[in-house]
Design a binder for this molecule. Structure first.
Ligand code: HEM
Length: 165
């Protein structure tokens, strides 16, 4: 029996990292929204660590994303979706690091999480992640980026387009 056949077919490791920031940052956002309206210290602590871990995992996703973008064979349609994906995910990563950093270095969490600018930043991250991930999905599920089928078509039709910019 051949295990990890899916992993062996992957053309890069970006898909292994992308779901951590999406899940952790989205959970952080939802929990902080709940904590804005209710005084729940334990939930606030959970939200804080989801945000910090989510922002760290976003670094790994972004780094592997750049590696993927520079090595993945792609056509013009994938190229355009990739640029949009990058242009959304880089600010989402930086913003999550800024908010995660605030929480990590500032001891009194109760002062930060009630601020409207903090909540607005979180909601912005959620929006960016949703739209940016959709561009990622578009590359893979609509245009077949990184799949065996795309490689086959690419070889047959020569739709090559190998750089990012
Ligand atoms: C927080 C940062 C990022 C997240 C959460 C993220 C998320 C995703 C998602 C959800 C997909 C769809 C495929 C799948 O579900 O596995 C994807 C694909 C892709 N992303 Fe990202 N991405 C991030 C950053 C980047 C950056 C900075 C680039 C650079 C251009 C990039 C390049 C790509 C490429 C080339 C694909 C196509 C599939 C592949 O080669 O793995 N990503 N990304």
């Amino acid at each position: 029996m051949n295990i990890f056949e899916g992993l062996q077919a992957a053309v890069n490791v970006h898909p292994l990292f992308v779901h951590f920031p999406i899940a952790l940052l989205m959970i952080a956002g939802v929990l902080f929204i709940v904590c804005y309206f209710m005084d729940l210290p334990e939930l606030r602590a959970a939200a804080k660590w989801n945000l910090i871990l989510g922002s760290l995992s976003a670094i790994a996703a972004a780094v592997t994303g750049f590696i993927a973008a520079n090595s993945l064979p792609h056509n013009q349609e994938i190229h355009e979706a990739m640029l949009m994906h990058r242009n959304i995910m880089v600010p989402a990563t930086l913003l999550s690091l800024a908010l995660g950093g605030c929480l990590f270095f500032k001891k009194d969490l109760s002062l930060i999480h009630k601020q409207k600018v903090f909540l607005a930043g979180l909601i912005l991250i959620l929006g960016l992640l949703a739209v940016g991930a959709d561009y990622g999905g578009k590359m893979v599920f609509k245009y077949g980026a990184g799949t065996e089928l795309f490689k086959k078509l690419n070889a047959e039709e020569g739709v090559g387009h190998k750089h990012v910019d």
